[in-house]
Design a binder for this molecule. Sequence first.
Ligand SMILES: [Zn+2]
Length: 168
Amino acid sequence: MPALEFRSVDARFRVLVPGATVRRLLHLCRSSGRRETGGILVGRYSAGLDCARVGAASGPPKDSVRGPSSFQRGMKGLQAWLERRWASRGDHYLGEWHFHPYAPPVPSDTDLQQLGRIARTADYRCPEPILLIVGGDPAGKWSVSVHIVPSGQPAVPLQRLQDPAEPG
Ligand SMILES: [Zn+2]
């Protein structure tokens, strides 16, 4: 599975999702059937802070509420997982991901409001969280969208680079 790379039009934000993480996301989506699922993303920023590299995606905490077109991420076990990732890899919280089963990966108003709240919550220490959505059929034709939701500002859609090796 090749890595996915996303970039804002002004090139201020870049997000890199390694192939292993894409595989894990698709696996979690496949095992979720027709219900939404999701979790958090952890990883690291580049030295210039312009590129976030996703190191891992959590599955849905046990206290999450999963519906056919809604997902409320729970908290259970996340803090311990975050601490383990931090200790072993230096990964920290980057944002959220969830699955729109057999639907386009377009963020709903609720999705953006949730991320806006996270951006403003000091506990997360993440004023520019990433929102990653997997849409479509995780065993067939799927697609991924990535937005950055800066605190107090409109969401910035990132575009997928079709061939990260090519310039432009
Ligand atoms: Zn959604």
